[in-house]
Design a protein around this ligand. Structure first.
Ligand code: NAD
Ligand code: IPM
Ligand code: MN
Length: 355
């Protein structure tokens, strides 16, 4: 019997709870069929817990995840009762920073051309991955307010780019391209304006790129990148960009494949505990109504299984999701008529029936 892998599950807030429930149903089915040595433990971190006793993400919990868990699965965080996202900052961004999850891996793949909002684009046209830097940039929370609430108020939000941070995500993107046989890496920044921070991105991309002579290097300023993602998405293979731009372009990527209900992501530390979450948020208006699409969370579960060494099981998940989409056994956002639970049930049945 191989070593037991430990998974922490944080359903979080809103539809995060609904979709995590379905992803865990799928995990249970897979675990039983393949007899996987997985130990799953649930944690109640989220808005309810925060409002009840002030807990966000205890320091010793981060240590516990780092030392004793292989992966953390998160549903979504965000609740209208906590408008400053104080809890999410500690839980979601806290884990990204403290577990040093510097790779935010967000694949963009169209499964059925019917779901793409662009006319005449096919499954072959939309198939790329975005590597979003996940531990620096505008997300570090450095800055402050001066003379708050007065007409002279000053708000400063620092954009932090380190050589180490930029280099490791760019190298990761090139390594991925090399290993997966992707012929090109596109780096996107705003170095025409951000003459310090993004000049570092330019120089680093050029230097690291020299180590990969067989891979084509391409650059777009981020405004042009967003335009090209709509105009000619088929040109992209691997995109690497900073934290803030990565956040924005991956919502565009999500829509190209059918919407946020289908977009999966992994927050990865190649040498440590990694965290997996759908790209979407807690969509409060849909919470608890059995309408949220659980497929992004289920595909995210697949990414987690792949990361844990179960690539065959990831393929099984992907095939079941493809079948659900092609046969229109999906939720309303994908023009189906299933509820969240029924959509999850369909995936479980697909997997049980051996596809
Ligand atoms: P959102 O992703 O929650 O929802 C935006 C819209 O996308 C929804 O109104 C809905 O129409 C659609 N949508 C998203 N997920 C869906 C699903 N699974 N099925 C069907 N439709 C889906 O973004 P938002 O409304 O901007 O943010 C809501 C809250 O979530 C905020 O507090 C925000 O900060 C937070 N958020 C959290 C995460 C995360 O936890 N990783 C990500 C994004 C936003
Ligand atoms: C995402 C989300 C988060 C981000 C928010 C909720 C902090 O939008 O994961 O894409 O901006 O990274
Ligand atoms: Mn986002």
């Amino acid at each position: 019997m191989s070593e037991i892998k430990k998974i922490a599950v944080i359903p979080g807030d809103g539809i995060g709870i609904d979709v995590t429930h379905e992803a865990m149903k799928v995990l249970e089915v897979i675990r039983n069929i393949y007899n996987l040595p997985l130990d799953v433990k649930h944690f109640d971190y989220g808005a309810d817990r925060y409002l009840k006793d002030g807990t966000t993400m205890p320091e010793d919990q981060v240590e516990d995840f780092r030392n004793n868990y292989d992966a953390v699965f998160i549903g979504a965080l965000g609740d209208p009762r906590v408008p400053d996202m104080a809890h999410a900052r500690d839980i979601l961004l806290g884990l990204r920073f403290k577990l040093d999850l510097f790779v935010n891996y967000r694949p963009v793949k169209l499964t059925d051309s019917r779901l793409c909002p662009l006319k005449d684009k096919t499954e072959e046209d939309i198939d790329f991955v975005v590597f979003r830097e996940n531990t620096e940039g505008l997300y570090v929370g450095m800055g402050g307010l001066f003379k708050k609430g007065t007409p002279d108020e000053i708000a400063i939000q620092e954009d932090v780019n380190t050589r180490k941070g930029v280099e490791r995500i760019i190298r990761y993107a090139f390594e991925f391209a090399k290993q997966k046989g992707r012929p090109k890496v596109t780096m996107s920044d705003k170095s025409n304006v951000l003459r310090f921070g993004h000049d570092l991105w330019q120089r680093t991309f050029e230097e690291v790129g020299e180590e990969y002579p067989d891979i084509e290097k391409e650059h777009f300023y981020v405004d042009a990148l967003t335009m090209q993602m709509i105009k000619r998405p088929e040109q992209f293979e691997v995109i690497v960009t900073c934290n803030m731009f990565g956040d924005i372009v991956t919502d565009i990527g999500a829509q190209l494949q059918g919407g946020l209900g289908l977009a999966a992501s992994g927050n990865i530390n190649p040498d440590g505990t990694s965290m997996f979450e759908p790209v979407h948020g807690s969509a409060p208006k849909y919470a608890g109504k059995n309408v949220a699409n659980p497929l992004a969370a289920i595909l995210t579960l697949g990414l987690m299984l792949d990361y844990l060494g179960y690539s065959e099981q990831n393929s099984v998940v992907e095939k079941a999701v493809e079948e659900a989409i092609h046969s229109r056994n999906v939720t309303k956002d994908l023009a189906g008529n299933l509820g969240t639970t029924e959509s999850g049930d369909f995936i479980c049945e697909q997997i049980k029936s051996g596809l």
